[in-house]
Design a protein around this ligand. Structure first.
Ligand code: ADP
Ligand code: MG
Length: 306
C-alpha cells in the first residue's frame, strides 16, 4: 500500500460538507469562511512515548488527538469546522490505521468536523498532529483575559477524573468510568458556544485547575478565591480516594478537558452542567478555602496554611 492508497483508504471520507469546495486530494483545501466570522486556529501534537505508550489503542490515540484540539476550540467559544492531520508512522499497519481512522472520525463526526487535508510521513515513532479551525462571530471569541472583580468562577463537569483513572491504573486497579474520562475526553464544544456573550473569560483545563486558572488570572490581571468544598467530584473519585487526595486530584490532576470560565451569575444561570467554585477578587493572588479556612496549594497538593 503506497501513501496515496493509504490516504484514500483511511482518511478520504469525502462527504458533501458545507463550506468545503476542495477537500483531500489537491495541493490544498479550498474552504468558504462564514460571513461575519473570525477564524480560530488551534493545533496539538501527541508523541508516542511522551503522550501515549506504544501499546495504546490507536482509536483512543486518534480520538484524543481530535478531542484536545476541540477543547481549545471550545475554550474560545468557537464552532469547529475543518481539521487537518499530520501523521508520522513507522510502518503502514492496516489494522492500526483502520482503528486510528475510526477513532479520528468518531470524534470528528460528533461535531460535524471535516478532515480536509494532511500530511503522511514515515518516521521512527508515531506522531500525531491535528489542527482544527473554527469560527466565531466577529469580536466574540472567549479569551483568557476579561475576568472582572465580582465575577463567579465556574467549571464544567467533574474534576480530577482523568488523573484518577491513571492513578488507579498505576496501582493495578481499574475503574471503567475514570479510565474512559482519560482516554476519551469530552470537549465541551456546545457549552463553549453557549458561553459566547455570557462569559467574561475562559480557559480549558488540560494541566489541572490550579495551573490553568492561574493563567486566566494572570491574563485578566485579577485574583480569585476558590471554595474547595464546592469542587465538583464524580462518584468514582469519591469512592476510590480519600478526602485529601480528592482535592489534590481536582486541583492539580491534568487531562480533564473541562472548561473553566468566569461570568456574572445572572448571565450563566441557564447553562447546564456547570458548578460555581469561587469568585474573582480585586487583589492579585489565588486563595483557596476549605471549610472556611485558608489552605495553601502547590503542585503536589495542598497543606494547611494556618
Ligand atoms: P502534497 O505533496 O501536495 O503536499 P500529498 O501528496 O502529501 O500532497 O497529499 C495528497 C493529498 O492528501 C493532499 O490533499 C493532502 O492534504 C492529503 N493528505 C495527506 N495525508 C493526509 C492525512 N494523513 N489525512 C488527510 N489528508 C491527507
Ligand atoms: Mg502539493
Amino acid at each position: 500500500m503506497d501513501e496515496f492508497e493509504l490516504i484514500s483508504r483511511y482518511f478520504d471520507r469525502r462527504r458533501n460538507v458545507a463550506g468545503v469546495v476542495e477537500g483531500i486530494g489537491d495541493d490544498g483545501a479550498v474552504l468558504v469562511p462564514g460571513s461575519n466570522k473570525q477564524q480560530v486556529q488551534v493545533i496539538d501534537t501527541l508523541v508516542e512515548g511522551v503522550h501515549f505508550p506504544d501499546t495504546a489503542d490507536p482509536a483512543d490515540i486518534a480520538y484524543r488527538a481530535v478531542a484536545v484540539n476541540l477543547s481549545d476550540i471550545a475554550a474560545m467559544g468557537a464552532n469547529p469546522r475543518w481539521m487537518t492531520l499530520a501523521l508520522t508512522i513507522d510502518k503502514a499497519d492496516e489494522r492500526w490505521l483502520k482503528s486510528f481512522s475510526d477513532g479520528l472520525f468518531s470524534a470528528a463526526d460528533e461535531h460535524d468536523l471535516a478532515l480536509v487535508g494532511g500530511d503522511t510521513t514515515r518516521g521512527p515513532a508515531t506522531i500525531v498532529t491535528v489542527a482544527i479551525s473554527g469560527e466565531v462571530d466577529e469580536g466574540k471569541a472567549l479569551l483568557r483575559r476579561g475576568a472582572k472583580h465580582g465575577d463567579g468562577i465556574y467549571v464544567t463537569g467533574t474534576l480530577g477524573d482523568a488523573a484518577a483513572g491513571l492513578r488507579l491504573l498505576q496501582r493495578g486497579a481499574k475503574d471503567e468510568f475514570l479510565l474512559r474520562r482519560f482516554l476519551r475526553p469530552t470537549a465541551r464544544v456546545l457549552t463553549g458556544r453557549a458561553l459566547v456573550g455570557r462569559a467574561s473569560a475562559a480557559i480549558d483545563l488540560s494541566d489541572g485547575l490550579l495551573g490553568d486558572i492561574s493563567k486566566l488570572l494572570a491574563a485578566s490581571q485579577v485574583g480569585a478565591e476558590i471554595d474547595i468544598d464546592r469542587l465538583p467530584l464524580s462518584p468514582a473519585v469519591r469512592e476510590n480516594f480519600d478526602a485529601d487526595e480528592q482535592v489534590r486530584l481536582a486541583m492539580t490532576g491534568g487531562d480533564d478537558y473541562e472548561l473553566c470560565f468566569t461570568a456574572d451569575e445572572d448571565s450563566v444561570s441557564e447553562i447546564p452542567d456547570v458548578t460555581r467554585i469561587g469568585a474573582i477578587t480585586e487583589s492579585a493572588g489565588l486563595i483557596c478555602r476549605r471549610q472556611g479556612e485558608i489552605v495553601e496549594l502547590n503542585d503536589s497538593g495542598y497543606r494547611h496554611f494556618r
